[in-house]
Every structure is written in structure tokens, then in C-alpha cells.
Design a protein around this ligand. Structure first.
Ligand code: ATP
Ligand code: MG
Length: 714
């Protein structure tokens, strides 16, 4: 009998994952071992053999894009056997679809609106105001973050106890959460968290609905299981309880969303939740060369409490991972640009090149450079730097200073941060502007002489008009970057973000710092603003091959021929926040990010670190990331464009020197590279000679490798 198309080329454990359709299955394997590929084939198999109709399979992916790809691949594999798969998507997409059918059970109508973050914040602000809480001290964004956290944990307002409630406005968190939910219901809306939480409540309380879905979903599968949060986990457990045909795939080393409530423990306790689960380990990596795997393996080996995993590959050994030390950020961008041009000449398509960054503000330097050299690029999973809300706000302030008649800019900032100049006041300014043919800033100054505005609005507007005039005066005396800094402070914009204390707000502040840093490279405010309009104008260009720039978080599950990993410096990666928090938890998550980053590369990985970054107009020297120090010397080539640059960081890491990472080449098993798991030290490696690479700074690594490795199912 001819083998069905979806089995062709699969290895033995992958086949097992595909063919073990009944009962719980956990596929636990490292990056690039074909987990997603096997899950896709499994889906094809279920449809091809008619074990289930498309509507009887629940398949969860981490991104919409992954869902789309899976749908296309299954379509190609089994062709017409499949007519759409209604329940293939992200948790949120699936949650929304279910909730529309049962909305009335939680007091909503089926045509409920899904609020975006802005709407959500506006609503929360109203409630905070009505509750007489000082929004400056207890920002709406903090409350939004907290509510989101509760929803991710599966907690309804009734489940929020006094201790939790204490986390906002002296114990009023729970009360506001309840009001928020009531308000949402009243306007027939829900937020993202509700898509899952409402459905969880329904499944928990409505037996008939639970049974309906337990019957319907003959098969459940979940990709990236290590990044499910509590509410998603509870959902799956309820839905799978009856038939127990649930297949989850994941990699504990790639759990990178704990800051959004993901719990890697979910994968660790799978066998407890589903006794008798078949645990399948995939060990052959089909994505990356031995050197790339060796580098990634050497870094992640520094984490404790990992599940044991072995990886090997048959691919050619390929190039070593290159570690490139450069002088500063602009040089980093320049070098990457040159490298990409060289790769292009060698035949690499631009679509096959990615630049991965730890923090989204890092994209700016590359964007600026790529505009100059005409390198096409796209930013995935986020806005281009100059399109972000906070950057646009800051630019609007600068545009007003530069060009008083810029009405759009004036409209944008007139009430940001909030200064009591609402739509009514703005309408009156508009009216006067139209009547007198003057720009809005002029009309705003003139309206102060009338009694058109309320006293409070007049006062606020007076302050703003005065501020703008003052900034304009100063423009001739100060550097424009300094002017921007003062302007952001004096307008209250910086304070507004500082008061938020959320992760997002911290990111926005970093972006603003990055903006002023960027300004320093231009001679005048006018020249800078012109540059920005050119960058913005790139939008809507015809589709051509493009380099992808994105955060490591957004790159999960993807792969590229060539990957540049930028900004591997202490304080940037690992982030300062992770360092400041102390302890190992945050640092280990950063290290998992490093592992995800390196393992995106198929053939070529280049890691960069700069010796200097400009922060607040000051040159700060930076130390290469500890993760650079953890790269096993056998798998890396280091070069630096500076003289003496390496000695600085070699001095920093040399006390940890243990060049013999737990990476051994060709240890008998398979022709490629292998990292043995669950072993305790160098002595357990038999074939690799103990080679001390003295001349290479990158040969050093830290810690006792593999020390606490646990092995699942042993
Ligand atoms: P990640 O952990 O990064 O999500 P993964 O385990 O999901 O990785 P896949 O993305 O499924 O890995 O596969 C990695 C690469 O290997 C893909 O290019 C895929 O097409 C290829 N691949 C998977 N299985 C095989 C196989 N049996 N033979 C050849 N290539 C394979
Ligand atoms: Mg995958």
C-alpha cells in the first residue's frame, strides 16, 4: 500500500506522534526537531483517515500566522479531504468563536465587541475617576495589567481575595475589577482576557455546554504548550477530560512568556494530569547546523531544573557561529547591513534573513541604517519604530516647535498627557482657527483672550501655549536632543509614563530615550524630522524580498537561513530588569530567550555586541552579555573591530572559565553533534578531547553544566 503523503520523510518518533491518535500524547523536544511538522502531519492523518471531521478537531497554535501556515500545509497534504477547520487557531480566536455561541450565559449578546487596549484603558479611567481614586498615583494601566493577570490565572472578580485586591489603590483592586466587568457587560463588550475567562466560567458551570464540546472535540492538539497560562490550561483540561485524546507539543527550554502568565509547569505536570500519557521525544534536529546547535546548547546548559533532552543533526557542520564585537550601535547596524549585502551576493534571499532583538527599541538603529543604504525590511509583530504611539506623540511635540502651523501635530498633543482639554475645547479652537484662517496654535493663543473656554480649560491651554512658546525660544540655544528631553519632561509626558509602572510603559520610556539618542545624529531638528518623514514614507511599498526585523519573542517557532542577533550586552540582553531582580528566575528566562534566538538560524548565526551605547547623550561602555561568555568555544569564532576590546570582557568572564561546555561532538550517537542530558560534568563525555581554547575569549562558559537536569519519564 502506498504511504500517505503526510508520513513521507518523517522519522520514527515523529511517526509515532502522528499515528498514536488515541490517548494523551506529549511531544517534548528541543528546537527544530520537527514538533510543529509532526503536529501538522497528525492533523492531516486524522482527516485523511476520517478519524474525525475537520469540525471535530481542536488545534491550538501560538500565533495567527502559525494557524494560517498549518491550515495551508494540511490543505496541501490531504487536499480536498479537508473543508476548512473551524477550530484551528490561537486560544483567543477559538475562545471568541465559542463565546459568540454562548454569550448569553455570561450576560452578553452574541455580537459583543472585543475591546482593544485603548478602549479598555479609557473605560478603566472613567471608573477610577468615578471611584475618586487618584489616577496619577494609581494609573489605569497598572489596573489593566492586574486585571489581565487575574484573567490569565482564571480568577473572576469573586475569586480575587483581599491580598490580591491590595495590589491596587490600597485594596480597591477587586472592587474596580468587579465594576469593570459590570461595565463591559452593560456595553456588550469584552476584553481579550474575557475571551478565555468567560468561556472557562461557562465550561465550569454549564454541564451541558461542557459536554457538548467534550463530545465534539474528538481530538485536541496544542503547539507551544510550554507557553500556556493557567486559564488556557484549565480550559484544555476540562475539554480533554472525557476523551483524553490530547496531544501537546513543547519545549521547556523555550518557555519565554512567563511575564504574561505562562506557566512552564503545565508541561511538567502533563503526565500527572493525564496518566498513562505517551511521551515522545524527538532528538534529530532538521533545522540547524551542528555549530548552531552546539552554541545554543552550551548556553541553555547553564539553566537549572531543565528536562533532559538530546539533540543531534545530520547536517553538515557548517560555519561556526560568529561573535562580532563592534564599537557602538551605529557600527552594529552598519556591519549587519554590510553582512547582509555580502550574503545577498552569495545568493541568500533577503526573505531568508532576520535580525532578532531583545527590546523593540533596538530596531530603530537598523531601520535608520537600512533607509540610508536602501535595504528593504519589514518589522514583524510590532510597529516600525517611528510609528509607535509614544514616538508619534513625541514627534508631534517636536513638529509643533519646528513648525507652529502643524495643525495635525497640535491636535495630537493638545490633550496628551491629559490636561482637561477635551473635544469641546478643541472644537472651539477649531472654530476660531477657521474663522480667522489661522493655524491652531495661533487660534489657541487667541482664544485665551476670550471667555469661550471654562476657566480650567483656559488655564491648561494657557500653560500649553506658554510651554510651546518657551520651547521654541530655547530651540536656538539648546541642542535639539536636549530640547526634546526637556520638552518631554516639562509637558508631563515622561511623568505620565513613569506613573504607569507597567512593563509596557517601561518599554515606551526606553523608546523615547532611543528617540532622543537618534536625534543626536542629525545636525538640526529640521533635518531630523525630514529623515523621519522619509522613513515613514516607506509604507505601502511594493512587495519585494525583505529582511525581517523582530523581537525574539515574536520569532518563536520561525526559522531563517541567516540570523543576526544584535545587542548581546549586559543590561540589554539579559535586560537590566532581569539583572536587577536578582535570583535566577528572570535570568533563566532571558537565557531561554537566547536559546530561542540562536535556534532560529538554519545555517548562519551572527551575534553582535557593542562596546559603547549612547544613553541620555552619554557614552556608556557596555560589557558583552554573559550569554556571549557561555557560548562554547568549539562552536564560535570571535572577531572584534576594536583593538583591545576583547580584553575588557575577557577579564570580566575569565574567572568562570570552563571552556569545556557540556557539548561534545560525535559522541557515538548519529553522525552529528550531540548534547547528552542528565549528565553531570565534563568527565562523562567520552570521545571529545578536553581542549582548552586559550586564545579565544568566547571559549569561556559559566557554571556547572547540566547539573540539575531532570529526565522526564525515567
Ligand atoms: P521549534 O521548537 O522552533 O518550534 P519545531 O520542533 O516545531 O521547532 P519544525 O519547525 O516543525 O520544528 O521543523 C524544523 C524544520 O525541520 C522545518 O524546516 C521542517 O520542515 C523540518 N523538518 C521537520 N521534520 C523533518 C523530517 N522528518 N525530515 C526533514 N525535515 C524535517
Ligand atoms: Mg514549532
Amino acid at each position: 500500500m502506498q504511504e500517505p503523503p503526510y508520513l513521507r520523510g518523517l522519522n520514527e518518533p515523529q511517526r509515532q506522534a502522528v499515528l498514536t491518535t488515541d490517548g494523551p500524547v506529549l511531544m517534548l523536544a528541543g528546537a527544530g526537531t520537527g514538533k510543529t511538522a509532526a503536529l501538522t502531519a497528525r492533523l492531516a492523518h486524522l482527516l485523511y483517515t476520517r478519524k474525525a471531521w475537520p469540525s471535530e478537531i481542536l488545534a491550538v497554535t501560538f500565533t495567527n500566522r502559525a494557524a494560517r501556515e498549518m491550515r495551508e500545509r494540511v490543505g496541501r497534504l490531504v487536499g480536498d479531504a479537508v473543508e476548512g477547520m473551524p477550530w484551528l487557531g490561537t486560544f483567543h480566536a477559538i475562545g471568541a468563536k465559542m463565546l459568540r455561541r454562548h454569550a448569553e450565559l455570561v450576560g452578553l449578546q452574541s455580537n459583543f465587541t472585543i475591546l482593544d487596549t485603548d478602549d479598555q484603558l479609557r473605560l478603566l479611567k472613567q471608573l477610577i475617576l468615578a471611584a475618586d481614586i487618584d489616577e496619577k498615583r494609581f494609573p489605569a494601566r497598572s489596573l489593566a495589567g492586574l486585571i489581565d493577570e487575574w484573567k490569565n490565572k482564571g480568577l473572576t472578580p469573586g475569586d480575587v481575595d483581599a491580598g490580591e485586591s491590595e495590589r491596587y489603590a490600597n485594596g480597591r483592586g477587586g472592587e474596580l475589577y468587579a465594576q469593570y466587568q459590570a461595565r463591559l457587560k452593560a456595553v456588550n463588550a469584552c476584553d481579550f482576557g474575557d475571551l478565555l475567562l468567560h468561556m472557562l466560567v461557562i465550561l465550569k458551570t454549564q454541564r451541558d455546554v461542557l459536554e457538548l464540546y467534550q463530545q465534539r472535540f474528538r481530538y485536541i492538539m496544542v503547539d507551544e504548550y510550554q507557553d500556556t497560562n493557567s486559564v488556557q490550561y484549565l480550559w484544555l483540561r476540562l475539554l480533554a477530560q472525557e476523551r483524553k485524546n490530547i496531544a501537546c507539543v513543547g519545549d521547556d527550554d523555550q518557555s519565554i512568556y512567563s511575564w504574561r502568565g505562562a506557566q512552564v509547569e503545565n508541561i511538567l505536570r502533563f503526565e500527572k494530569d493525564f496518566p498513562g500519557a505517551t511521551v515522545i521525544r524527538l532528538e534529530q534536529n532538521y533545522r540547524s547546523t551542528p555549530h548552531i546547535l552546539g552554541a545554543a546548547g552550551g548556553v541553555i546548559a547553564n539553566n537549572s531544573g531543565r528536562l533532559g533532552k538530546t539533540l543531534w543533526t545530520e547536517l553538515d557542520v557548517g560555519e561556526k557561529v560568529r561573535v562580532l564585537g563592534v564599537w557602538d550601535g551605529p557600527e552594529e547596524a552598519r556591519r549587519v547591513g554590510e553582512e547582509i549585502e555580502a550574503a545577498k551576493r552569495r545568493g541568500t534571499g533577503l526573505d531568508d534573513v532576520a535580525i532578532l532583538v531583545r527590546a523593540s527599541h533596538q530596531t530603530r538603529e537598523f531601520e535608520d541604517r537600512f533607509i540610508v543604504i536602501g535595504m528593504p525590511y519589514r518589522i514583524v509583530g510590532g510597529f516600525r519604530f517611528y510609528e509607535r504611539a509614544e514616538i508619534r506623540d513625541a514627534l508631534a511635540y517636536l513638529r509643533i516647535v519646528n513648525q507652529p502651523s502643524d495643525d495635525l501635530a497640535f491636535e495630537r498633543i493638545v490633550n496628551v498627557p491629559k490636561r482637561g482639554l477635551g473635544d469641546k475645547a478643541l472644537a472651539k479652537i477649531h472654530q476660531l482657527a477657521r474663522a480667522t484662517g489661522a493655524p491652531l496654535t495661533t487660534a489657541a493663543a487667541r482664544i485665551l483672550d476670550t471667555d469661550e473656554l471654562t476657566p480650567q480649560a483656559r488655564r491648561s491651554l494657557g500653560n500649553l501655549v506658554g510651554d510651546i512658546a518657551r520651547w521654541r525660544d530655547r530651540a536656538s540655544q539648546l541642542s535639539h536632543a536636549e530640547l526634546a528631553r526637556q520638552l518631554l519632561d516639562e509637558s508631563g509626558y515622561t511623568a505620565m509614563l513613569q506613573a504607569e509602572k507597567s512593563v509596557e510603559a517601561a518599554g515606551r520610556l526606553e523608546n523615547l530615550t532611543e528617540l532622543t539618542r537618534a536625534m543626536e545624529e542629525y545636525d538640526s531638528l529640521g533635518a531630523f524630522l525630514e529623515h523621519v518623514s522619509l522613513v515613514m514614507d516607506k509604507d505601502g511599498a511594493v512587495q519585494e524580498p525583505q529582511v525581517t526585523i523582530m523581537t525574539i519573542h515574536a520569532a518563536k517557532g520561525l526559522e531563517f537561513d541567516t540570523v543576526f542577533l544584535a545587542g548581546w550586552e549586559e543590561g540589554l540582553f539579559p535586560s537590566q530588569r532581569a539583572i536587577d531582580e536578582g535570583g535566577t528566575k528572570s535570568l533563566e528566562e532571558e537565557r531561554r530567550l537566547a536559546y530561542v534566538a540562536i535556534t532560529r538560524a538554519r545555517r548562519r548565526a551572527v551575534i553582535l555586541h557593542a562596546a559603547n551605547r549612547r544613553i541620555y547623550g552619554q557614552w556608556t561602555s557596555s560589557i558583552p552579555s554573559r550569554f556571549v561568555g557561555e557560548l562554547p568555544g568549539d562552536h564560535v569564532d570571535s572577531e572584534t573591530t576594536m583593538s583591545g576590546g576583547e580584553s575588557l570582557w575577557r577579564a570580566n568572564w575569565s574567572e568562570h572559565a570552563d571552556p569545556f561546555a557540556d557539548v561534545a561532538r560525535g559522541t557515538g550517537r548519529g553522525p552529528g553533534w550531540q548534547r547528552a542530558a542528565g549528565q553531570t560534568g565534563p568527565s562523562s563525555f567520552t570521545t571529545a578531547p578536553k581542549r582548552i581554547v586559550e586564545s579565544q575569549a568566547s571559549a569561556v562558559s559559566i557554571g556547572n553544566k547540566g547539573r540539575d537536569d531532570l529526565s522526564l519519564g525515567q
